[in-house]
Design a protein around this ligand. Sequence first.
Ligand SMILES: Nc1ncnc2c1ncn2[C@@H]1O[C@H](COP(=O)(O)OP(=O)(O)OP(=O)(O)O)[C@@H](O)[C@H]1O
Length: 267
Amino acid sequence: MKKKELSRQQSKKILQCENVSVKFDDFLALNSFSFQLKEHELHFLIGPNGAGKTTFLDVLCGKTKSSAGKLLFKKEYDLSKMKEYQIARHGIGRKFQAPSIFPHLTVFENLEVSMKQKKGLFSILTASLSDSENERITNQLRTIGLTNEKDKKAINLSHGQKQWLEIGMVMMQEPDLLLLDEPIAGMTEEEEETTGHLLRELKKECSIIVVEHDMEFVEKYSERVTVMHEGSLLCEGSMREVQQNEQVMEVYLGRKEVPPYAATSGT
Ligand SMILES: Nc1ncnc2c1ncn2[C@@H]1O[C@H](COP(=O)(O)OP(=O)(O)OP(=O)(O)O)[C@@H](O)[C@H]1O
């Protein structure tokens, strides 16, 4: 893609959320939370436990319904009025923390059953693949770094490889927005680095929101960061800006989690 075209796309908004609230009985898990995302942006969502990060991802993919606010996707889809399957069909893909791969299918077959055109597990046994479908799977295998594992049963993959496979499976749906919840949890340092590079690759194809607690990882791979606290927006900016924000420091004081400013040596 030409540089000019890429920067034009980057400035387009794919997600506009204003004053979004989610109520569980009398408790406001999201409290008038506002958030915007551009096309091809890799955006990290951080905040202490219970800040509302997962709830926000749940609202975006339709798992949880908002009680107030505006949730506009690609300028035309009102997510608050759509069902989970409709949201997925219109381009929001979600990878949950626990892998949901098919353990007894091969890596290749896992990607095959996840393909947009495919109807599901049964079709893999009956339909043969076209050249272009084969090519799509081959390309995806290359992107997630599992070409050499393509014939391995998914159950025999390492923890990191399972996570990449699942990301690949979501990508086979060709989402415009990818939602990831703590993608590096339980990974080795080497696997973390591979995941960071993978995210940079994937943002060429879609926008990405990552919920993450590992501040070193966020510092290394983030462009923009949003800090949430008690269901609301605390601050937003580059990791450096966020690290220097006094409110952010206060919120993290006295908590178990590593504050964002602790990841930088000498600051
Ligand atoms: N289904 C639910 N019913 C009642 N309360 C809920 C429900 N889901 C989440 N909550 C509450 O909403 C708040 C926000 O939870 P959420 O999981 O979104 O936070 P989080 O920022 O993702 O936290 P963590 O980093 O620990 O995963 C928490 O206080 C949580 O207990």
